[in-house]
Design a protein around this ligand. Structure first.
Ligand SMILES: O=C(O)COP(=O)(O)O
Ligand SMILES: [Mg+2]
Length: 306
């Protein structure tokens, strides 16, 4: 079984680790913060890497915020960044729909299960959509809804795609609309399929648990545009002209972040234990991915400066 090298407390190993890479792709939830609680020493760690000429790119599966909304969060949490460094699954999905999928009229509208982050990125890419944060969908289903969804009179004939992400207001009405669009042949996409979402040092339903009812009903899995999708890695490589061998993925989830780095043939992966997965998970028989390196928490890298 592949071994993972523990770096915490070993300043020489940490310096050698940092020197192997020019670019660090950072996952956000569970690595930089839990909700709005930034982990200790994250800002200083990013500053240390940048002072050594390393490029830092933030790659998040959380589609509830657009890049500009994330920039506001970074600023509010005291993490210096620029929009260009932020690559979220809402952005990745909007680019995929506008540049790769290229929905053709009259079925070029997207039904969104998700929050404003997806809507804002679709708008930026001039992709029309319905659903999302529309208050008309945040209510109980009525007998008129059952009738109108069943006979199609309440469905939008221009919808050709269902895009599912983390939706804090998912309900029976939205799932009923999304299911009917899929039955009518709409393309099934997901910003990401994370099963759980790390928040306030605990776990909540993730985007994958929002879209799973549709998987269960259709027997079809969505094309996921977040990690570990290599469509996202290819987009990042293209945008930043990465040398994959000199790039490291830093994450807290084996099945998204570490898989993303390994399958993307990056020079290395670093797992932190402040989010979803711990050492026992990648040492378990049949682990989905094994990080090349690991630390207890991101600011353990500050030992490099000692
Ligand atoms: O939104 C999620 O479930 C996880 O987001 P992350 O990729 O920043 O950890
Ligand atoms: Mg994470």
């Amino acid at each position: 079984m592949a071994q993972s090298k523990y770096l915490t407390g070993d300043s020489q190993a940490i310096n050698e680790f940092i020197d192997r890479f020019d670019v660090f792709l950072f996952d956000c939830d569970g690595v930089l913060w839990s909700g709005d609680h930034v982990f200790e020493g994250v800002v200083e760690t990013l500053e240390l890497l940048r002072a050594r000429g390393k490029k830092t790119i933030f790659v998040t599966n959380n589609s509830t915020k657009s890049r500009s909304q994330y920039l506001e969060k970074f600023a509010a949490l005291g993490i210096p960044s620029v929009t260009e460094e932020i690559f979220g699954s809402a952005y990745s999905s909007a680019i995929y729909i506008s540049k790769i999928l290229k929905l053709s009229p009259p079925k070029n509208k997207v039904f969104v299960l998700g929050e404003a982050g997806i809507e804002n990125e679709l708008r930026t890419e001039n992709v029309s959509f319905i659903g999302g944060t529309d208050p008309n969908f945040r209510r109980d289903i009525t007998p008129e809804d059952f009738k109108g969804i069943a006979d199609g009179s309440l469905l939008d004939p221009e919808v050709g795609c269902v895009l599912a992400g983390l939706d804090f207001h998912v309900n029976y009405l939205k799932l009923s609309h999304a299911y009917q669009y899929l039955r009518r042949g709409a393309v099934f996409l997901a910003t990401n399929t994370d099963s759980t979402f790390p928040m306030n040092h605990n776990f909540f339903p993730g985007a994958g648990s929002v879209s799973f009812p549709l998987v269960n009903m259709t027997g079809e899995k969505p094309v996921a545009l977040g990690k570990p999708s290599q469509a996202m890695m290819d987009a990042i490589e293209g945008k930043f002209q990465l040398d994959r061998g000199r790039t490291c993925m830093v994450g807290d989830r084996l099945d998204t972040d570490i898989r993303f780095g390994i399958e993307g043939r990056l020079g290395g992966t670093l797992a932190v234990q402040t989010g979803v997965n711990k050492k026992a998970d990648w040492e378990a028989e049949g682990a989905v991915a094994v990080p090349a390196f690991y630390v207890d928490k991101l600011n353990d890298l500050l030992a490099a400066a000692q």
